[in-house]
Design a protein around this ligand. Structure first.
Ligand SMILES: Cc1cc2nc3c(=O)[nH]c(=O)nc-3n(C[C@H](O)[C@H](O)[C@H](O)COP(=O)(O)OP(=O)(O)OC[C@H]3O[C@@H](n4cnc5c(N)ncnc54)[C@H](O)[C@@H]3O)c2cc1C
Length: 390
C-alpha cells in the first residue's frame, strides 16, 4: 500500500490546519472554564457546519461535501492533533449517521442526516446494560409491537451524553424466544419521548459524562425501526465497526508526544537531567515509532473503506493498538514527570497543564469503551486469524 498523499490532499491539510489555528487559538482550553466547555463545543460544531465540515465525506444531498475518505482522514487527523472539541457531534457523525446511511430508509436518511451535518442534534448510544457489556447480545430491554408503535421497557447504562442528547440509537429485544443474537432490533429513539428517566454517573475524572437510562412504557413509532425487525444485532456490529475505526484519532497521541518531547528538551532546571537519561530518550523514541505504527493501522482501515468494504478485524486491531498506545503514552509522561505527573490541571505545581494525569484517566476508559481490549483480541483471533471461538 502506498499511503503517500497527493499535493491536492496536502493543500486540504493546510486549509483545515489554518482554519483551526484561527478558530482554536493555542490557549483556547485555558480560556474556556470547564463548565462552559459544553457550549463551546456546540458552538464550534456549528461553525464547522457553516463550512460543511461536520461530515465532509458524506454525499452532498445529506449535507456533506462529498470528499473522498482520504480527505476525511486528513481532516480527522488535524482535528485530533489540534484537540478540536468534537464530542457534541461525534456519536451522530461516527456511529448513528453511518449506520443510517447503510441501513436507513430514504425517509430516515432525509430526516436525520442533514440535521447531523448541520450540528443541530446530538446523539447517544443505548447499547450497554448492567448485564450486557462485552456480551452485548445478552441485552434485556424489551420492545413490544403495539399497532404502529413499539413499547420499550428496560434499562441502559454507561450511556455517554444521554443527558444532553436529542436522539438515541437503541438496541432492544423484540423476540425473547429467538436465539439471543436473532431477537434484537435497532431503533432511532427521540430522547424527549415520555417515560425516559436519566440518572447521572460521575466518572473517575469527576465529570458527568455517563448515565443510566430507564425506559418505562416508552412509545417508539414503528417508522423509527432501523432495518428489519430482529436484525438489529447485525446492524449493531456495523455501528461498532465504525466506532472502532476512529480514524485519525492517533494524531492526538502525536500532539501529546510532541508536547512531551518539547518539555524534555526545554525542561526547567530541576528536571533538566531528564533529557540526558537513556531511559527517557529510549522511551520517547519507542513512543515516536509506536505513534507512526498506530497511524498506519488507521490508514489501513481507511484504505479498506475506500475500497467500499467494511473493516472488521482491521478496525479491532486499530482500536486495540491505538487506545493501548494512548495509555502507554500516559504512563510514559507520568513516569517522566515523576510526582508532578499526578497533579491535576488546577494545581499550581502542575506541568504540561496536567495533560498526562487527564490522559491516564481518560485512556483507561477508552480501552474499555467500544469493546474492551480482551474483546478486540477475541475478534482478531476469530475473524482475523480464523481461530475457533473460545
Ligand atoms: C468511556 C466509556 C464510554 C462508554 N460509552 C458508552 C455509550 O455511550 N453507550 C453504551 O452503550 N455503552 C458505553 N460504554 C460501555 C462499554 O461499551 C462497556 O463498558 C464495555 O463494552 C464493557 O462492558 P462491561 O462494562 O459490562 O464489562 P464486562 O463485559 O463485565 O467485562 C468485565 C471484564 O471482563 C472481560 N471480559 C468479558 N468478557 C470476556 C471474554 N469473552 N473474553 C475475555 N475477557 C472478557 C472484559 O474485557 C473486562 O475486562 C462506555 C464505556 C466507557 C468506559
Amino acid at each position: 500500500m502506498d499511503f503517500r498523499l497527493s499535493p491536492e490532499d496536502e493543500a486540504w491539510r493546510q486549509e483545515v490546519r489554518s482554519w483551526l489555528r484561527q478558530n482554536l487559538p493555542p490557549d483556547w482550553e485555558d480560556r474556556i472554564p470547564e463548565e462552559q466547555g459544553w457550549e463551546f463545543a456546540r458552538d464550534f460544531a456549528r461553525k464547522l457546519a457553516q463550512k460543511g465540515w461536520v461530515v465532509p465525506h458524506w454525499p452532498k444531498e445529506y449535507g456533506g461535501l462529498g470528499l473522498d475518505l482520504w480527505k476525511q482522514l486528513i481532516y480527522r487527523e488535524e482535528m485530533a492533533y489540534h484537540r478540536a472539541p468534537l464530542g457534541y457531534v461525534a456519536m451522530g457523525t461516527d456511529w448513528a449517521g453511518p449506520t443510517i446511511i447503510v441501513y436507513g430508509t430514504e425517509e430516515q436518511k432525509r430526516e436525520h442526516l442533514p440535521r447531523i451535518a448541520r450540528a443541530e442534534v446530538m446523539w447517544c448510544q443505548g447499547f450497554s446494560e448492567p448485564n450486557a457489556g462485552s456480551d452485548l447480545a445478552n441485552l434485556q430491554t424489551r420492545a413490544v409491537r403495539d399497532g404502529d408503535e413499539y413499547v420499550v421497557n428496560g434499562q441502559k447504562i454507561w450511556t455517554s451524553g444521554a443527558h444532553r442528547a436529542d436522539w438515541m440509537i437503541l438496541l432492544a429485544r423484540t423476540d425473547p424466544e429467538a436465539p439471543k443474537h436473532k431477537g434484537i432490533s435497532y431503533f432511532l429513539l427521540d430522547m424527549k419521548s415520555p417515560g425516559i428517566t436519566i440518572r447521572p454517573l460521575i466518572d473517575m475524572m469527576g465529570n458527568h459524562a455517563f448515565n443510566q437510562v430507564f425506559f418505562e412504557n416508552v412509545r417508539v413509532p414503528a417508522k423509527n425501526l432501523l432495518g428489519e425487525e430482529n436484525r438489529g444485532w447485525y446492524m449493531a456490529t456495523t455501528t461498532l465497526n465504525f466506532e472502532r475505526s476512529s480514524i485519525g484519532g492517533v494524531a492526538a497521541s502525536l500532539a501529546l508526544l510532541e508536547e512531551l518531547v518539547r518539555f524534555v528538551q526545554d525542561a526547567p532546571p530541576e528536571l533538566a537531567y531528564l533529557c540526558r537519561q537513556p531511559r527517557v530518550r529510549n522511551r520517547l523514541a519507542d513512543m515516536a515509532v509506536e505513534v507512526q505504527v498506530g497511524r498506519m493501522l488507521s490508514y489501513n482501515v481507511v484504505s479498506i473503506q475506500a475500497q467500499g468494504r467494511v473493516p472488521t478485524y482491521e478496525a479491532s486491531i486499530a482500536k486495540l493498538y491505538n487506545t493501548e498506545l494512548g495509555l502507554r503514552l500516559a504512563r510514559t509522561g507520568i513516569s517522566i514527570l515523576g510526582l508532578y505527573g499526578q497533579l491535576k490541571p488546577r494545581s499550581k505545581w502542575v506541568r504540561l497543564r496536567g495533560r498526562f494525569e487527564r490522559q491516564y484517566l481518560w485512556m483507561t476508559g477508552m480501552v474499555v469503551g467500544g469493546g474492551t481490549s480482551e474483546i478486540q483480541r477475541n475478534l482478531i483471533a476469530i475473524r482475523g486469524l480464523g481461530l475457533p471461538r473460545g
